[in-house]
Design a protein around this ligand. Structure first.
Ligand code: HEC
Ligand code: HEC
Ligand code: HEC
Ligand code: HEC
Ligand code: HEC
Length: 314
């Protein structure tokens, strides 16, 4: 193995073709180049909202065909990690929030971990204090970051909820030299690059929905245990909708209540806050169901939480 590593190191060092991974001029290393070795991360990222931050039709329209220069920086950020809000990129804007905008620092690709393998086709920086901190997200998610800072202490970082845990090697490429590279790495705990609403927010207790019932009334409570508002976000349209349905003995379901939480209406629930709504239930209702979903323009609604209450009396 040592001999193989040495041979591979010589091979890689003499192979100038890896220099492009850390070089920025008029262009920058595109995500698909990183994807040749970091196969799974690339796949996760390419279906995330980050990859589409610039081409997103909502954004395209809201900026009047990209005419509003002040809007572009976070949606097509410069090809390097910055401490504060990034500047806008000059080329390849359609790649949105791309790999090097979070990982390239002065010719080094930085991440949270010590390398597990013996050979690296590009220089590596080990910076857990940057990559495990919410601040790396907060340089663009400014409003959400301010909410996070104000939230009660004992809070998780953004990565813990928006980058799902996984156990795997740092690269997954196959074929020729790549097989050797990958074989020398170890499986370790890492996080996926999906950057999405956690699909199991209810079971993980991030959002809690409860229903209480008397003879005539139903009381529904939504509790936000996230370290930011429900809903959060500074831009675009985003609402969290609570809907209540009652079902009678014959099986017919009817909507009996609907409320919208939005920043615009001032109805967002702050971190660790809760709100209760009470409504009368039709007399013959045998089952009540409350559903919490996230809505936005041009996207499917996302189920956040759901609860059922059976029986006529409490
Ligand atoms: C030829 C294969 C290859 C390509 C292409 C490649 N990498 Fe890597 N990368 C590696 C290997 C190998 C490691 C070290 C893995 C180990 O030893 O655990 C690594 C490590 C990293 C790390 C450090 C992770 C950590 O926390 O230690 C980051 C960040 C990274 N790469 C980002 C990128 C980015 C961004 C690109 C595209 C610009 C890229 N890589 C292109 C093979 C590659
Ligand atoms: C919005 C910023 C952001 C973008 C964009 C991004 N990453 Fe990361 N990346 C992170 C953070 C944060 C971590 C650390 C996550 C953790 O473990 O808590 C990380 C971890 C990593 C690691 C180290 C551990 C591992 O998961 O194997 C590698 C390698 C990596 N990223 C490569 C990439 C590549 C390749 C791309 C593009 C396809 C990319 N990243 C896009 C923020 C980003
Ligand atoms: C360089 C700027 C930038 C950085 C850094 C960044 N984001 Fe984003 N993020 C965006 C933009 C812009 C969007 C909106 C993309 C869209 O919907 O078109 C977004 C969208 C998201 C979304 C989805 C929101 C939605 O509308 O569904 C989540 C979740 C998210 N980011 C989490 C994170 C996390 C976690 C980090 C840190 C690891 C992070 N982001 C770092 C710019 C950034
Ligand atoms: C405890 C888990 C948790 C943590 C920690 C967390 N979030 Fe969230 N986040 C959620 C849940 C659940 C939602 C969906 C409900 C909502 O909008 O509040 C969400 C929604 C979002 C959205 C809006 C997505 C959309 O499309 O509506 C963004 C953007 C976001 N989070 C960014 C962040 C950032 C940035 C951080 C760190 C400063 C962070 N989150 C920390 C759980 C978390
Ligand atoms: C400081 C960084 C930043 C700047 C500057 C910025 N955005 Fe965004 N934008 C974001 C982030 C982060 C998101 C993800 C959700 C959120 O926080 O609203 C986003 C999301 C959006 C969305 C929602 C996309 C979707 O599908 O939900 C639209 C539309 C949008 N931005 C338009 C704009 C416009 C118009 C401007 C200029 C007035 C602008 N943005 C400037 C960071 C930024």
């Amino acid at each position: 193995m040592i001999a193989a590593a040495a041979a591979l190191a010589v091979g890689l060092a003499s192979c100038a073709s890896f220099k492009h991974l850390t070089q920025v001029s008029d262009t920058f290393p595109p995500a698909k180049d990183c994807g040749k070795c970091h196969v799974e991360i690339y796949d996760e990222w390419s279906t995330s909202d980050h990859a589409h931050a610039y081409t997103n039709p909502q954004f395209h329209e809201a900026t009047d065909d990209y005419a509003f220069g002040d809007c572009l920086s976070c949606h097509a950020p410069e090809p390097r990690l910055t401490a504060a809000r990034p500047a806008v990129r000059t080329s390849g804007r359609e790649e949105g929030v791309t790999c090097v905008s979070c990982h390239l620092e002065e010719g080094v690709l930085s991440g949270p971990l010590k390398p597990t393998g013996k050979v690296h086709p590009h220089p590596i920086g080990v910076r857990p204090e940057v990559y495990y901190d919410s601040g790396i997200c907060g340089r663009c998610h400014e409003g959400t970051m301010a909410q996070w800072n104000a939230a009660p202490s004992e809070k998780s970082g953004c990565q813990q909820c928006h980058m799902e845990p996984a156990r795997r090697k740092v690269t997954q490429a196959t074929g020729g030299v790549s097989n050797l590279l990958v074989a020398m790495e170890k499986e370790i705990p890492v996080r996926r690059h999906g950057f999405r609403i956690p699909p199991d927010s209810q079971s993980l207790g991030y959002l809690v929905l409860s229903v209480g019932r008397s003879d005539t009334d139903v009381a529904i409570t939504v509790e936000n245990r996230c370290p930011h508002d429900l809903p959060t976000g500074d831009f675009g349209f985003r609402a969290v909708v609570l809907e209540v349905f009652a079902r009678d003995e014959r099986g017919g379901a009817s909507p009996v209540g609907r409320w919208e939480l939005t920043r615009e209406l001032g109805t967002a629930i702050e971190s660790h806050g809760s709100r209760t709504w009470t409504l009368p239930v039709p007399e013959d209702a045998v089952l009540t169901r409350a559903v919490l979903t996230r809505r936005s323009y041009g996207q499917d609604s996302i189920l956040l939480a759901e609860i059922r209450l059976e029986g006529r009396t409490p």
